[in-house]
Design a protein around this ligand. Structure first.
Ligand code: MTE
Ligand code: MO
Length: 219
């Protein structure tokens, strides 16, 4: 509708509904410095590379992002379309299940909340599955995906994300172990039933909260 004002657009109404429901609150609190490092972790200054051993060749020219499933508005973006979305800059800590943590990583990209506003999850959408160009998958509860500091990142420390760290675009979900942060992101699938991913079917915890040391299934 051409005369639809911003205040009664579907997007605005959805955001208002989420606010009423208190939806997507992660319970994240600012932690005192002496509690910043989760249990069993040690600090590193460099940034280790961890993956399945294959860096899939995907240039910005060839990269596409498919967003589909239990949503009102499927999205199929080129890199230029992705880059034209509202930009966010977040600084956050990385916690890898292999016990290293790295503080103060500066990310730039598209906040997952902006993506959700654009794709409009259906009422029955409860989980997302991330699909990557190397065949990797990982699953997240929709509320974890929608954390206020989660983003689809294209830059780190003001530079384009390197190939080895998941460029052109990776997910970053700082409040969970880093295996949930899919590199070389290809697709985001919204589902009504949970669907464990690559590591989740190989003994890793389904959620992966570092503060609760949810490393392996059964923890
Ligand atoms: N596509 C893809 N994403 C992935 C992985 C992978 O193998 N493939 N490994 C995960 C794991 S186990 C970790 S710890 C982080 C490592 O990210 P980094 O190499 O940038 O440190 O990426 C995660 N995302
Ligand atoms: Mo990892």
């Amino acid at each position: 509708m051409a005369d639809e004002t911003p205040s009664d657009s579907k997007l605005t109404r959805t955001k208002e509904k989420w606010a009423r429901e208190g939806r997507f609150l992660t319970g994240k609190v600012t932690r005192p410095e002496d509690q910043r490092l989760p249990p069993g972790q040690h600090l590193t200054k460099d940034w280790p590379v961890l993956d399945l051993g294959v860096v899939p060749p995907v240039s910005r020219e060839r990269w596409r992002l498919d967003v589909y499933g239990a949503i009102e508005n499927p999205l199929f973006w080129t890199y230029a379309e992705f880059a034209a979305q509202k930009q966010a800059q977040f600084t956050s800590d990385i916690h890898c299940v292999t016990t290293w943590s790295r503080y103060d990583n500066q990310w730039e990209g598209l906040a997952t909340r902006e993506l959700l506003a654009a794709c409009q999850p259906r009422e029955d959408a409860r989980f997302v599955v991330l699909h990557s160009y190397d065949g990797y998958t990982t699953n997240l509860a929709l509320d974890d995906f929608a954390a206020e500091d989660a983003l689809l990142a294209h830059s780190w420390s003001g530079e384009p994300l390197s190939d080895e760290h998941g460029g052109p675009v990776r997910l970053v979900v700082p409040h969970l172990y880093f295996w949930k942060s899919a590199k070389w992101l290809q697709a985001i699938e919204f589902v009504t039933e949970d669907a464990p991913g690559f590591w989740e079917v190989r003994g890793y915890h389904n959620r992966g909260d570092p503060w609760a040391e949810q490393r392996y299934s059964g923890d």
